[in-house]
Design a protein around this ligand. Structure first.
Ligand SMILES: Nc1ncnc2c1ncn2[C@@H]1O[C@H](COP(=O)(O)OP(=O)(O)OP(=O)(O)O)[C@@H](O)[C@H]1O
Ligand SMILES: [Mg+2]
Length: 265
């Protein structure tokens, strides 16, 4: 006799309430209207945005950091240092550097090139995240968006505006350029992963911030003890980004299960 199985111990259902407007970031184009889409030009490349740009944009807009985009940009304008604590998957690594780039571009319309560095403690993350961001921005990796890891520099001295790089590489750049003058904003991601290089960088950046009032620093993490960092970078503004909420349905099994994971599926 077949044993009756009540399957799900818990079901997660992503809320469909995050229905997106189909408008593009900068032009109000719709995915349905190809004529309008093609008329919207990507400022980075001077080419029309591709269809996949709009598809990814819709997904990006559902990420929790988008809810606080304006708040973040206001805080970035008003403060030299921001501590951003956001739950995992909220969009810190992929979205925040793009928000920063947008704001820096808007502030320097005269075309003065200012770069943004996003430090990643792991080289694989620097590579894969920069590829994803290049895809999201509809540009080629190594051009407007690039990465630098040990033994591999996938960036362009004349084109790259947003660079993902490892802590070691940022430290190396700081040796040659102690005030990190090519950068307008430095983002330290995964700040809780305290490596020797990141600790030295924290000390170094504290000094650089004093000497370069125009430089901004964003410290990000999912599990950061924000107060400690706030105390270290005295006067830093702290921002919290909540995670995504999922509807959870609880069902009980009528009989004990041998393998609860299997039964759940
Ligand atoms: N390579 C990728 N391909 C497809 N989607 C991706 C990719 N990288 C990230 N994403 C999407 O972007 C979302 C945000 O990712 P992101 O890495 O920015 O989050 P995060 O806040 O930095 O998380 P964490 O605290 O784990 O580092 C992910 O939940 C995922 O949906
Ligand atoms: Mg991240």
């Amino acid at each position: 006799m077949e044993r009756k199985r009540k399957v799900c111990l818990f079901n997660t259902v992503v809320s469909s309430s995050a229905k997106m407007s189909k408008s593009g970031g900068s032009g109000g184009a719709t995915t349905k209207d190809n004529a309008v889409v093609s008329s919207v030009i990507n400022p980075s490349t001077g080419m029309p945005y591709s269809q996949s740009y709009y598809e990814i944009l819709e997904k990006r807009k559902t990420l929790p950091v988008w809810q606080q985009k304006d708040e973040f940009l206001k805080a970035l304008k008003a403060n030299q240092c921001i501590i951003l604590v956001g739950e995992t998957g909220s969009g810190k690594t992929t979205q925040i550097p793009q928000f920063v780039l947008e704001s820096v571009n808007a502030e320097t319309p005269d075309g003065k090139r200012m770069m943004i560095a996003c430090m990643q403690p792991r080289r694989v993350a620097a590579m894969s995240v920069s590829r994803r961001v290049a895809e999201e921005m509809d540009v080629r990796i190594g051009e407007e968006v690039g990465y630098t890891i040990r033994f591999e520099d996938c960036s362009s001295a004349s084109k790259t505006l947003l660079k993902y790089l490892t802590d070691g590489m940022l430290l190396r750049e700081a040796m040659a350029d102690p005030l990190l003058e090519r950068y307008k904003v430095i983002i330290l991601d995964e700040a809780h992963e305290r490596t020797l290089a990141t600790d030295v960088l924290f000390g170094l950046l504290k000094k650089v911030l004093r000497n370069r009032p125009d430089l901004k620093l964003v410290v990000m993490s999912a599990t950061l003890e924000a107060e400690k960092f706030q105390g270290y970078f005295s006067g830093a503004h702290c921002m919290k980004v909540p995670g995504r909420l999922h509807t959870v349905e609880i069902l009980y099994s009528e009989e004990p299960e041998k393998n609860y994971v299997e039964a759940t599926i």
